[in-house]
Design a protein around this ligand. Structure first.
Ligand code: IMP
Ligand code: MG
Length: 172
């Protein structure tokens, strides 16, 4: 078993999510909001954030992937698409686990816009700002991190470690 160094404890994650959930509620109030949860990585973050959100959250899921091991293939695969009728005219918040090169977020933003969303904001748990190859910033980043490969709390290394309750780095 590899050694894992903890980067963010569960408590830190929960506290930051509460702040962001309250920020979002200030914007949308009681209007219905479509939260787009990107499978599989954003599921733990989305569950915890949305339990703290006081407004009218509606959920949609989609699946995109670009990674194999520690490296992005650069090519984005949409393996579970959205239905246009669920997005057209809606206020949308994309929930992401991590923004790295920014390619996935760029793809998601234009995909959601192409389905006719009324507004689109993005909220990511982790943001590797220095790794960007595309000029894009999410509306909200819970935590900005260095160029490290992180795992846990939904994030995987070849499908492993998603169920850790914290975010960590595998020590080599
Ligand atoms: P991007 O398109 O390069 O921004 O990559 C975004 C996706 O790559 C994320 O949604 C993750 O699935 C994956 N990813 C990027 N960095 C990490 C990491 O450190 N750990 C686990 N997955 C990562
Ligand atoms: Mg992801």
């Amino acid at each position: 078993m590899e050694k894992i160094r903890v980067l963010f404890e569960e408590k830190e994650l929960q506290e930051r999510e509460e702040e962001i959930a309250n920020e979002l509620y200030k914007i949308y109030g009681d209007k219905p909001v479509k939260f787009l949860i990107t499978l599989k990585g954003a599921t733990f973050f989305a569950c915890d954030l949305l339990k703290k959100y006081k407004g009218d959250a509606r959920l949609e899921f989609l699946r995109v992937s670009s990674y194999e091991g520690e490296n992005s293939t650069g090519e984005i695969k949409l393996s579970l698409p959205l239905k246009e009728e669920n997005i057209k005219g809606e206020d949308v918040v994309i929930l992401e686990d991590i923004v790295d090169t920014g390619k996935t977020l760029e793809f998601l933003r234009s995909y959601v816009n192409s389905l006719g969303a009324k507004s689109v904001r993005e909220c990511t748990l982790l943001d590797k700002k220095t790794r960007r190859t595309v000029d894009i910033q999410p509306t909200y980043s819970c935590f900005v991190i260095d160029d490290l490969f992180v795992i846990g709390y939904g994030l995987d290394y070849d499908q492993k470690y998603r169920n850790l309750p914290y975010i960590g780095v595998v020590e080599k």
